[in-house]
Design a protein around this ligand. Sequence first.
Ligand code: NAP
Ligand code: ZN
Ligand code: ZN
Length: 348
Amino acid sequence: MSTRAFAAQNATSPLGPFSITRRDPLPLDVEIEILYCGVCHTDIHFAKNEWGFTQYPVVPGHEILGRVTRVGSNVKKFKVGDTAAVGCLVDSCRTCAHCKQGLEQFCIPGSTFTYNGVDKHSGGITYGGYSERIVCDEAFVLKVPENLDKAAAAPLLCAGITLYSPLRHWGAGPGKKVGINGLGGLGHMGVKFSHALGAHTVLFTTSPSKVADGKRLGADEVVISKDADAMAKHAGSFDLIVDTVSADHDVNALLGLLKLDATLAMVGVPPTPVAVSAFSVIMPRRHLAGSLIGGIPETQEMLDFCGKKNIVCDIEMIAIQDINKAYERMLKSDVRYRFVIDMASIRK
Ligand code: NAP
Ligand code: ZN
Ligand code: ZN
């Protein structure tokens, strides 16, 4: 079905209107009218080809929330009218060792990402949520607790799970000191989740204007990461730091804050390779690690956790026509704290 979308045609062009085709639902497919789509910094990396593997035209968007409009004949989980969501994955092999553990994001033959992936059905490229509708196998469609505000829940599908997963994996909880570096879309969910899990939460930010918000969102302490003296006070004291920063920065300064056997988990993807001094990790036996979104079972667990604790994202709503301005503001670290596109605007 012909579907209105917004796409970047090359690395330097602004995003603009574009038409894509969505398949009619197959027996296990759910068709979703997209109501809201969050704007992730990954969308910018892809639109500008900052990682070098963008296939144009690219239709970004992987924080998708909407209403079910059609279901295939064998669909069990959803019916027409349900609220439904799609995150960063639309398929995987489902049979490899990682898929069997619910870690579809690490599918060994390769996961199918929501955009810029190979569409198993059409053979072309997958197109994301900056569009009117999406069609996805029900195994990759998530249920959203009805008590959550729909627009503010959309970014949970990437920003939420990307922080929930490492915080759970490395045991954030009571008695643990956890740092979150960067207060953007990912970082503000990290602060909320770390606080909700019961950890002593410290936000690192380059923006003095975000200190009060950091505390309001749940940080016990806020440290300006450019202030070497303030950083030094925390040397050797953290159990875990999750680094969400999208731009080049010094990770050695963060590694120095970890205690014995503690972990710095990178989730942000700076464009150039990270320089690590061996001294930063050999003493006292520190870990530098990474984490990628989360699998489908853990994403559902995170959404259910948010439903119980009433956790959503702090958002600024925009029309799709404002997407290029939103990108400019994100590049200046000026978003409080996630842009969400009201997709009704694409029909105007
Ligand atoms: P965002 O909303 O733009 O936030 C990034 C934050 O990084 C900014 O708000 C800013 O926080 C900080 N920052 C920016 N420039 C900086 C600099 N030069 N030095 C230090 N700090 C700086 O981005 P996002 O959507 O949260 O995404 C963050 C990164 O995570 C991106 O690289 C994205 O591609 C990646 N990502 C990874 C995964 C995964 O699964 N691993 C999933 C989604 C996104 P302060 O103002 O507080 O300093
Ligand atoms: Zn994302
Ligand atoms: Zn697999």
